[in-house]
Design a protein around this ligand. Sequence first.
Ligand code: GZL
Length: 325
Amino acid sequence: MRRQLKHFMVICMALVVVLAGGCGKGTEQGSPELLLGFSQIGAESAWRIGNTHDIEEQAEKYSISLMLENANQKQENQIAAIRRFIAYKVDVIAFSPIVEDGWDNVLTEAKNAGIPVILVDRDISTEQEGLTTCVIGADFYKEGVMAAEYLLRKIDGLGLEHVNIVEITGTENSTPMRQRQAGFMDTIVEDERINILESIDGDFLKSRGAECMRFLLETYGESIDVVFSHNDEMTLGAIPEIEKAGFVPGKDMIIISIDAGQKAIDVLKEGKINCVVECTPKLGKELMETALKLKAGKAVDPVIHPVEQVFSDEQDPANIEPRGY
Ligand code: GZL
């Protein structure tokens, strides 16, 4: 009898463990741990598309239910999306703000609804404090500094006594545009060898990069020694224009870009780009982990910067790993 009772108890215990585990597993596989609303700027670059893919992949990996809306480069679409997320009572709102200003009202609505907001990729400037919890994205100022530091090494190496630079900037009033320009200019401002011919807005778009380069070539021609472009798309638009004008990019003109997507790295390997500063789009893991911490009422770091590197003709580009975006 005692033996049978013992067996019965063992079976009950096993059953409890299975059910508990099963329930736990069922919970993990059933309703998502968290409903995240994300407003993405658009699909203007390989960087942006890579960023979207990474966020989708990481949401799936973390069992987070993702409502991702594409704003097609319009701030008003992002504001409308955030209002939909509020109405839907998502647990956390995240977005990559196309520009820095104009967010106070909608973010006040999110705060009043008790929904925490995470900034991804870019930052904002608001009149009120405490409208967002943190920003997850590159140190754009440092990217500008790294680009300029490469240029100074290049000028020293070539023994150049005078250098004319043209700059093709990203979207006006966006964080990457403002801070990449500031970091670059602050680093070269003391160097008397360097002259800025013109700075022109390419809006991070390939087509605009080509238009800008055509204008700069028509205006300054062979006096251009350096092209500093705020992202690969604009750089890839500019290079064919430089070649059409009869110049050799990477030789007649030093070409410096930012993002380090696969296409730009391939052109670096061809010798038509001299330096690409990395700006990783892979921010999804930090976004999901931060959203889960906020849902659990835990504190989060106010700023999360990924580690980034520089690829240039100072090293053998053949060793650069596939970029994945
Ligand atoms: C940078 C990101 C920029 C990329 C561009 O984090 O905001 O926007 O550099 C993209 O390619 O358009």
